[in-house]
Write a protein that binds this ligand. Structure first.
Ligand SMILES: NC(=O)C1=CN([C@@H]2O[C@H](COP(=O)(O)OP(=O)(O)OC[C@H]3O[C@@H](n4cnc5c(N)ncnc54)[C@H](OP(=O)(O)O)[C@@H]3O)[C@@H](O)[C@H]2O)C=CC1
Ligand SMILES: O=C(O)C1=N[C@H](C(=O)O)C[C@H](O)C1
Length: 260
């Protein structure tokens, strides 16, 4: 069976990658792509419907799954439109505030909705493994993270870094809102024990690198995930779309649900 998929932001770095991979996937069909009004030039080469307004496109494709890697306000609006039409939606956009994520959670109660700040297999395995490392190393190890991305990225720290930092914090029974330190400058004094530092580096065409440091007495462990290309995220989103097509609403699904 082939899952019909609609790709938002099809000229974007992720949208374009996802649309191409769907075309090469026998178990998925590129039903339509959407771009901002007047920005659809060249997309007709994809051989599917090219739309500007999601609601109008969904009327032609009941049941199709929408994949959205755009921007926070666009993704929220697209999630609302999908809920009106009953089309499932997979969102990869990062930079949501806690309140905006709450809105996605409430939409997910009525319509199948999925969000993951990183759709690679490796990062999702890291989410399971990092808490084990925190617990096995014990409380003497300081936890820090550095994330590198390309110079076009708009949000900081990355959604992945925030998610991994949440995993670290939970493993220590800490609240990231209280212990997260996202910038250091000046005479800041000694590092508090209850802290997780997350530093952001931007430059060039780096696809995405996340390093978690466990720094203790006399030694340190560094765990790094390198994304070699956007295909790894795109393949994850297509896998999630195929999976979401068969799900009922109820919760905001994540990659762990797909792997379960
Ligand atoms: N979850 C994951 O695994 C991954 C998540 N991401 C996240 O995905 C998002 C997109 O990344 P990327 O592809 O690099 O970004 P791009 O800027 O390359 O692409 C975004 C696309 O969305 C469109 N868009 C943005 N805002 C709007 C809007 N308000 N209305 C309609 N269309 C809009 C853009 O159009 P225009 O150019 O006209 O603005 C563009 O086509 C980011 O939040 C990024 O962090 C990225 C990689 C992996
Ligand atoms: O904007 C990107 O490029 C990426 N964004 C995601 C994030 O913010 O974590 C995932 C990946 O690292 C690439």
């Amino acid at each position: 069976m082939s899952t019909p998929i609609i790709v938002m932001g099809a000229h974007g770095r992720m949208g374009a990658t996802i649309a191409q991979l769907i075309r090469n996937d026998e178990a998925a069909e590129l039903a339509a792509v959407c771009e901002r009004a007047g920005r659809g030039e060249g997309l007709e080469l994809l051989g599917c419907e090219v739309g500007e307004e999601l609601g109008a496109v969904l009327k032609n494709h009941p049941g199709a799954v929408v994949i959205d890697f755009t921007a926070v306000q666009a993704s929220l609006s697209n999630a609302r439109v999908c809920a009106e039409h009953g089309n499932p939606i997979v969102i990869g956009t990062t930079g949501f505030t806690p309140a905006e994520l709450d809105e996605l959670r409430s939409i997910a109660e009525k319509n199948p909705t999925f969000w993951a700040p990183n759709m690679s297999v490796g990062v999702n395995v890291l989410q399971q493994v990092l808490p084990e490392l925190v617990k096995k190393l014990g409380p003497d190890y300081d936890l820090e993270m550095v994330e590198l991305h390309h110079n076009k990225k708009k949000d900081a720290p990355s959604g992945t870094a925030l998610k991994l930092a949440e995993c670290l914090a939970e493993a220590r029974d800490w609240d990231l809102q209280e212990v997260g330190n996202f910038s250091r400058e000046g005479i800041i004094g000694e590092r508090p024990k209850e802290e997780i530092g997350v530093q952001t580096i931007r430059g060039g065409d780096v696809v995405g690198v996340h390093t978690v440091y466990f720094m203790g007495p006399g030694e340190r462990i560094e765990v790094t995930h390198h994304a070699h290309s956007r295909d790894t995220f795109a393949q994850g989103s297509i896998r999630a779309a195929k999976w979401l097509a068969g799900q009922k609403p109820g919760k905001l699904y994540a990659m762990a649900d797909v792997f379960a």
